[in-house]
Ligand binder design. Structure first.
Ligand code: UD1
Ligand code: CA
Length: 457
């Protein structure tokens, strides 16, 4: 059966006290609404429509890479009104519509699939996802008659008796599109909040003797975020869920509550991760790596058996058995080879570094191509910027760059060349030669005593 989804994301999120729309706040590195869109996609839902209103342009921008369409809700007159605003999207459609909210990112793929399956297998016109909790304050209550769902009553509209009901509406549903379209016109806003409630559709369908179902799930999956405190709680839960998945796949995470891995990250077997690591975006980490404490690795490909410690690696590639850090900074578009060493206080920017090359300490390499088997002495600087333009430095294989060398770009150092310590290189260094580019040393005998500077007797 054809399946589409609507994600409600037009609300303001007042309690977040933020200039960013609520659904764009991130959990485990991704915006809440994008987590929800991903769950829809993984449940084989063909089209996803997002209802936007407050901060519409920002929400559009934050979700445009997800290939969704939008409906616009000018005024937030309630969840039922939000769905009315998707009239154009629903027009002429037949099949199943899933409705989820953009502020509840913990919903699992299996549960979305189970809800769709349960809805379609039973031929329900509407199916609601529910859960039971001890303190249902604030939630819509699921009122059953003879075990069957009869209606949903919002907290503010509940009678004494209804307030005692512990089964709550998760705010996640499946509808038969035609049945929903017919009932939307029958909604009114005669309730405590003066809003058009989507939840009233359940009672309407029931009063017309249409089949309505309910699927019960864990409360945890349905938690919605309304405040920063809830945002942190959801982050904690999703983080542990992600970390558990990696541990189940054979990754050692020494302290899962202090390890932050984005939902898209892939990690190979027998990699060991120490606390304080942030691994973000589309990062892939190979097998048998060791990530010592306190690194940030973003959108990068780390091969097998790499060791990293206290470093920042952004949009780059690191080859097998290479070591990085402590305190290295690898900036975007860098490609480090195999068995290489990028040591302490080294910054690499938009450069390739060949296999077996060692850049052990206190060095800046920017806009450079460096070959294999080279050795950089301490304190080398690639001078790639003249205040106006950036230039490239090219270094061949097996070069030896002495300590405290400046390589003034554009410049080339050919294979097997040596550079004497303290040189400022401005011209090509030919293959196999030694370049010395510093003033010759002059010793002036007896100078100290003559000038009266002598301290010792
Ligand atoms: C809603 C349900 C309630 C359920 C709860 C679960 C209704 C009437 N009530 O209540 O039964 O227990 O969710 O969390 O649906 N939104 C719009 N436009 C609007 C109003 C809301 O897009 O005009 C969006 C919000 O951005 C949010 C979602 O719909 O993402 C839910 O709205 P919210 O106001 O949070 O509903 P609740 O009062 O929590
Ligand atoms: Ca809510």
């Amino acid at each position: 059966m054809y399946k589409c989804a609507i994600i409600m994301a037009a609300g303001e999120g007042k309690r977040m006290k933020s200039s960013t729309p609520k659904v764009l706040h991130k959990v485990c590195g991704q915006e809440m609404v994008n987590h929800v869109i991903d769950r829809m996609r993984s449940a084989d839902i063909e089209e996803v429509n997002v209802i936007i209103g407050r901060g519409a342009e920002l929400v559009k921008k934050g979700t445009e890479h997800k290939n969704v369409t939008y409906s616009f809700q000018d005024k937030q007159l309630g969840t039922g009104h939000a769905i009315m605003c998707a009239g154009e999207f629903l027009k002429d459609k037949k099949g199943t519509l899933a409705i989820f909210t953009g502020d509840a990112p913990l919903i699992r793929e299996e549960t979305v699939k189970r809800l769709l399956q349960f809805h379609e297998d039973n031929g329900f016109k509407a199916t609601i996802l529910t859960s039971r909790i001890d303190n249902p304050t604030g939630y819509g209550r699921v009122i059953r008659e003879k075990d069957e769902v009869a209606r949903i009553v919002e907290h503010k509209d509940c009678s004494e008796e209804e307030l005692k009901v512990k089964e709550i509406n998760a705010g996640m549903y499946c509808f038969d599109i035609e049945a929903l379209r017919d009932s939307l016109g029958k909604l009114n806003n005669n309730n405590a909040q003066g809003e058009y409630y989507l939840t009233d559709i359940i009672g309407i369908l029931k009063s017309e003797n249409k089949k309505v179902g309910a699927l019960i799930t864990d409360f945890e999956e349905t938690i919605g975020v309304n405040s920063r405190v809830e945002l942190a709680e959801v982050e904690r839960i999703l983080k542990l869920r992600i970390n558990k998945k990696h541990m189940d796949n054979g990754v050692t995470i020494i302290d899962p509550s202090n390890t932050y891995i984005g939902s898209e990250v892939k990690i190979g077997q027998d990699t060991i991760i120490y606390p304080g690591n942030y691994i973000e975006g589309n990062t892939e980490i190979g097998n048998e790596c060791i990530l010592y404490p306190n690194s940030r690795i973003s959108n990068s490909i780390i091969s097998h058996k790499v060791t990293i410690q206290s470093s920042v690696i952004l949009d780059s590639k690191i080859g097998e058995e290479t070591t990085v850090g402590p305190f290295a900074y690898i900036r975007p578009e860098s490609n480090i080879g195999k068995h290489a060493r990028i040591g302490d206080f080294v910054e690499i920017k938009k450069s390739t570094i060949g296999d077996n090359t060692k850049v052990s300490h206190l060095t800046y390499i920017g806009d450079a191509e460096v070959g294999e088997n080279c050795n950089f002495g301490c304190g080398t600087v690639v001078v790639n910027y003249d205040g106006k333009n950036k230039y490239k430095t090219i270094i061949g294989n097996n070069a030896f760059i002495g300590c405290n060398t400046n390589l003034v770009s554009p410049v080339e150092v050919k294979d097997d060349a040596y550079i004497a310590a303290g040189s400022t290189i401005t011209k090509e260094v030919p293959k196999g030669s030694l370049a010395i580019a510093r003033a010759k040393q002059v010793n002036i005998e007896g100078w100290v005593e003559r000038k009266g500077h002598k301290k010792s007797k």
